[in-house]
Design a protein. Sequence first.
Length: 167
Amino acid sequence: MTDSPGPYEAYPSGPGDVSQPSKPPVPTTINVAFYCYVVSTVIGIVSALLLLGTKDQIADQLRRANTSGLTEDQIQSAAQVALIVAVVIALLFALVYLWLAFKLRAGRNWARITLTVLTVLQVVSLAAGRGGTIVGYLSLLLAVVGLVFAYLGTSNQYINTVKQSRS
């Protein structure tokens, strides 16, 4: 009797058996980048949820810019819709950001490039004066730190090794 589990014999491996090289362990630099992106995303989600408390400010801005004679009910409805749309977009962006962080951790170079583009866009947005809060700067700082760690030497080696093992 053989050592194979179950009632069947183990599948024989012959000279044509080519085993896949195992995926290398995730280096610390990639893990640091991953956690920076995750924490940055969590901060972004919290920031988006804090937007829900700004309905009155949005309504005030709509009142000041009201040149078409909207009623108070219409202004309140528009403020509510604006908040819901902003929160939904922020949450969708956060989900994409998290997905990209997990793909980076899996060694996908395209995810690293996409995270680079998104981080650069975040820098440009804050430099242009859009969303310049302390929370926004903290989220950006973490994303930039994550970006730096994603391009360090061991991160490059890991991504290249994963790429070679997939081809």
